[in-house]
Design a protein around this ligand. Structure first.
Ligand SMILES: Cc1cc2nc3c(=O)[nH]c(=O)nc-3n(C[C@H](O)[C@H](O)[C@H](O)COP(=O)(O)OP(=O)(O)OC[C@H]3O[C@@H](n4cnc5c(N)ncnc54)[C@H](O)[C@@H]3O)c2cc1C
Length: 359
């Protein structure tokens, strides 16, 4: 056992692997572990590097009712210290399970980096994930909000999800159909926070490219080209993302702060009469509006207030130029929600998970 910088790191050797319990008597600083770079401390903090490690740490985990599973921290806003246990899995590995001429099935540890997985798949000739390149975060978080971009959602490639119920200790496998995937939504997103920890995700990918170029900027860019490859799509997606979205390493942010709201057809018709430029996309549950458009036309795009603001190119992204308090970002988000409600009678729902108490 060794202690440094207020940390005590205990390695317990058990049969199946190592359990690393990182416990501190002081609070653990979470600011390097969230892309909003806000200051927050975890009262307790636990690193586990395998399913076996989690199982043997269950008595410790179950002492805490208030838990949070933390991946890359790119979809989280801490608005206060976390007065419970933060579990920070470090489960790695990409295993090839099965392949034939057309398909390949792989099992990926929850803590693998998402973008690196996309690149590894392309290198191996496993296709499908290319439109989801450069999304920050971990593989384990990808089913939680069914990550999506440029016309593709991860659910299309998920075969099953392995997770552990931290309340009962039961390990479960959910097939795609059990995960209740929706737009930035799933069973895991709706579950009691900190109850389920995803350990591995199985993906089924194609060996023959089946490109999705339905997103207009991709369609336009590749129009007339007959030899487009998945790598070209990945590169174009990265280029568009770099132009449009602030890199959290340069300007702290958590991507789109709000989901695109879905309204009824009749409400959309009423809105169109008042705002003829407003764009809507028909979906099975109604008409999806562009939250960025609503925020921009309510006058928030590019605004700054002290060290926080709304990104100048993308109104859906709230940014932090150096403010340590997540609460201030949350107050701005709530002001935007109220303004959108008053102007358009549309309720904006946060896509980012807001953690902590607002006092
Ligand atoms: C610049 C930028 C661009 C982005 N663009 C997109 C985009 O195009 N599309 C998109 O969908 N998202 C986007 N996001 C949001 C974010 O990248 C994704 O939601 C990502 O999947 C979050 O991964 P993470 O590991 O950082 O999760 P975290 O932020 O750490 O956690 C997010 C949620 O998942 C839970 N969670 C994390 N790991 C596990 C696990 N192993 N088991 C159980 N629960 C877990 C957490 O408890 C939390 O509820 C963007 C974010 C940024 C900063």
């Amino acid at each position: 056992m060794c202690c440094s910088g207020g940390w005590c790191r205990i390695a317990l050797k058990i049969n199946e692997g190592d359990v690393f319990l990182s416990i501190t008597s002081e609070q653990v600083d979470l600011s390097p572990l969230n892309t909003f770079k806000v200051a927050a401390k975890a009262k307790y903090f636990l690193i586990v590097d395998s399913l076996a490690a989690i199982r043997s740490a269950l008595p410790v985990i179950q002492q805490h009712n208030h838990r949070l599973v933390l991946g890359g921290g790119s979809n989280i806003l801490f608005i206060s210290d976390f007065d419970g246990l933060v579990i920070y899995p470090q489960i790695k590995g990409i295993d090839l399970l099965h392949q034939d001429d057309n398909r390949v099935r792989i099992s990926v540890g929850a803590s693998e980096n998402w973008h690196q997985l996309v690149l590894t798949c392309l290198k191996n000739g496993w296709y499908g994930l290319e439109n989801l390149a450069l999304i920050p975060g971990s593989v384990g978080a990808s089913p939680v909000q069914n990550i999506g971009a440029y016309g593709v959602e991860v659910k299309s490639f998920i075969h099953q999800v392995e997770f552990i119920d931290l309340d009962s200790g039961e390990v479960k496998l959910f097939a795609k159909g059990d995960c209740q995937f929706g737009y930035r939504d799933s069973f895991f997103k709706r579950a009691t926070p900190g109850r389920y920890l995803i350990t591995r995700v199985e993906f089924e990918l194609q060996k023959k490219p089946d490109l999705c170029l339905s997103y207009q900027p991709l369609k336009t860019f590749f129009a007339g080209l007959s030899d487009v490859t998945p790598t070209m799509v990945m590169e174009r997606v990265c280029q568009i993302r770099r132009e449009k979205l602030p890199d959290p390493d340069d300007i702290a942010n958590a991507g789109s702060f709000f989901k695109n709201p879905v309204v009824s057809e009749s409400q959309f018709e009423r809105l169109k009469q008042e705002y003829p430029q407003m764009v809507g996309y028909a979906t099975a549950s109604g008409v999806k509006l562009a939250a960025g458009w609503l925020i921009e036309h309510a006058g928030f795009k590019g605004m700054t207030e002290g060290d926080i603001g709304v990104h100048k190119h993308q109104a859906l992204v709230l940014v932090n130029y150096g403010e340590p308090k997540g609460r201030k970002i949350w107050h701005l988000a709530k002001r935007i929600q109220r303004a959108i409600q008053e102007k358009y009678h549309v309720q904006l729902e946060a896509e980012v998970r807001v953690i902590g108490h607002d006092q």
